[in-house]
Design a protein around this ligand. Structure first.
Ligand code: TYD
Length: 145
């Protein structure tokens, strides 16, 4: 899927796309290294990284979509659930391994919940932070379809 995205120059091909992928891992007797590289194993140039931590188990995050932002989300520690709505269907992903990434293209409504204690969610993002890129009303999100 990543190769497919990288070989397609049309940004519209990324709208509503989401999939899990295995992160390149270098193991030896000392432990493991997980590696992610812009425009190679991550299908965009990484402009920003941020992480969610100290999230109470009852907290619900997300509840928005993005107009242009692409992201990869990784459960570096612990686990959480992401529910994705592409305007037609909903999909639920349980992220619980630091060796798996979830790619999310633009125009996906996401809810993130069920954070385990000490969970850390790392997010790689294709754009600097911009509130203008957010769609925070579900009704507005739905009007696109
Ligand atoms: P938001 O993206 O809504 O959080 P989540 O999807 O994790 O629930 O962001 C929450 C607040 O943090 C919001 O006021 C915007 C701000 N924020 C930044 O200033 N910079 C950032 O890079 C991010 C991700 C959020």
């Amino acid at each position: 899927m990543i190769d497919e995205l990288m070989s397609n120059p049309d940004p519209k091909a990324r709208i509503g796309k989401h999939f899990l992928f295995d992160i390149q891992t270098i193991p030896d007797y000392r432990g493991k290294i997980g590696v992610l590289e812009s425009n190679k194993t991550v299908p965009f140039e990484i402009k920003r990284t941020y992480y969610l931590y100290d999230v109470p188990s009852e907290a619900e995050r997300g509840a928005h979509a993005h107009k242009r932002l692409e992201q990869v989300i990784i459960a570096l520690s612990g686990s959480f659930k992401i529910i994705i709505d592409d305007g037609k269907n909903t999909y639920s992903y349980n992220l619980r391994s630091p060796s798996v990434g979830l790619y999310m293209g633009p125009h996906l409504w996401r809810d993130i919940k069920d954070f385990s204690s000490n969970s850390v969610a790392l997010v790689l993002a294709s754009m600097h932070y911009s509130e203008d890129d957010y769609i925070r009303s579900y009704d507005d999100f739905r009007t696109v379809f």
